[in-house]
Design a protein around this ligand. Sequence first.
Ligand code: FES
Length: 111
Amino acid sequence: MIRICHIDDLPERDARGFEVEGQKLLIIKKKGVVHLYRNSCPHTGINLDWQPDDFMSFDKFYIQCSTHGAQFQIEDGFCVLGPCKGQALKTVPFQVIDGEVVLNLQSLAPD
Ligand code: FES
């Protein structure tokens, strides 16, 4: 198990990127609920952020891909706008134990 962060250290609606075992991921909290996704746009597979931790649309309602502007719902990664509309970010399973977000390395196995 790898500790990612404490849930209270995450701001609301403002994703943070990080890397585990060479895999780029992003974590975000909305209404106190944490979501973890692979940092990979379904359109081309490229990272979503063009500079570190710059994942959000201007209004912070959506996770946004910096390359062609696809927008994804925070709560399920579903793409609502852009070239990959109808697809979704890949979720990564995790647990919250005593407020700590922890990741099992087996969660990062290729699909
Ligand atoms: S690479 Fe993300 S929208 Fe094209």
